[in-house]
Design a protein. Structure first.
Length: 320
């Protein structure tokens, strides 16, 4: 399987992120955590960690589309994702459809099916993000050793951020489509049509799923599309990239440059940020989240229902 493009140098990555920050000392880590605490309170950004600073943010759907060269035999990327959704719905006499209906999720919402598939390793156009910068840092710092490679960026791991209000700006075409169908057939018709994941208008879209601006499209009646326990403690959400081959940050730049009256046209966007931490600081970085309240540990971020029940039983059996 051919490898996907990556950032080849600090200069190469600097074409996408400005400033392109590099952290080499413990004092800088402390300052970074202080900055993260402020950003967490603001709630203006969503975050993702990467175990190598050379990694570009491709979705799993893009990886399989490019890696297996499906573009040589498929109609288009949207059709591939649509067929995945259809196959998941049909399997074992529509088990997932019936399960969603029982727990109050809309089985006709294609994005809800994609959310379910994302949690079980299927290729989707989603990337996992979090509202919590410390969770992103935890994920970024989990790989123990650098790649045996001559790429200087593999000596760093990264935390990326995307400004939440970007979704509203970049999704005006999607909003216009929804409003048009709402006027033609009513709110329920528009919501079902857009959330079904049918139609090529999703190509060239960046959607922050869980963004208030899109709730009426994807989460009608207060229902959410996500359906996994891990999301709770990870404060997780999804960022959807409708491109077949352009990684997330580069696609954001491309779409942002097309916005009318864009004051940053021709410049690197201030809506996306990247911080790169040297691997020599791995152990120091890992120590910080474990000292937080609640402590960010694997058990906390990936809660095991069986272990929750075991602890509950043990605690209940202790005499008062």
């Amino acid at each position: 399987m051919p490898g996907l493009p990556r950032y080849e140098s600090q200069d190469d990555k600097g074409l996408v992120f400005s400033p392109n920050v590099y952290v080499h000392h413990k004092q800088e880590v402390d300052q970074l955590f202080d900055m993260f605490a402020d950003k967490d309170k603001e709630g203006l950004f969503v975050f993702r960690g990467a175990t190598s600073a050379s990694q570009k943010l491709y979705t799993s759907s893009q990886r399989i589309w490019q890696g297996k060269e499906l573009f040589k035999r498929e109609d288009d990327h949207v059709s591939f994702n649509t067929r995945l959704i259809w196959q998941a719905r049909q399997d074992q006499s529509e088990t997932i459809n019936r399960y969603f209906a029982q727990i109050g999720l809309d089985p006709n919402n294609g994005f809800s099916i994609l959310s379910y598939m994302q949690h079980y390793g299927a290729p989707t156009p989603f990337l996992d993000f979090t509202e919590d910068p410390f969770v992103a840092m935890w994920f970024a710092s989990q790989e123990r050793s650098a790649s045996v490679d001559d790429n200087e960026l593999d000596q760093y791991f990264s935390v990326y951020s995307v400004r939440r209000d970007l979704s509203k700006a970049l999704n005006r075409p999607l909003r216009a489509t929804y409003d048009k169908w709402n006027a033609e057939g009513g709110e329920e018709y528009a919501q079902k049509a857009v959330s079904s994941y049918q139609g090529g208008f999703y190509q060239g879209s960046i959607l922050i799923i869980a963004d208030q601006e899109l709730d009426d499209i994807f989460c009608k009646g207060g229902k959410r599309i996500w359906n996994n326990l891990n999301i709770v403690n990870q404060r997780g959400l999804f960022v959807f990239n409708g491109s077949a081959d352009v990684p997330l940050m580069e696609e954001i730049l491309r779409l942002e440059q097309q916005l009318p009256n864009n004051p940053s046209r021709g410049k690197v966007s201030d809506a996306i940020k990247g911080v790169n931490i040297h691997r020599n600081l791995l152990e120091y970085v890992r120590m910080r989240p474990s000292q937080m309240t609640p402590a960010l540990t694997r058990d906390y971020l990936f809660p095991d229902p069986g272990k929750i029940m075991e602890r509950s039983i043990r605690s209940a059996l202790i005499p008062r």
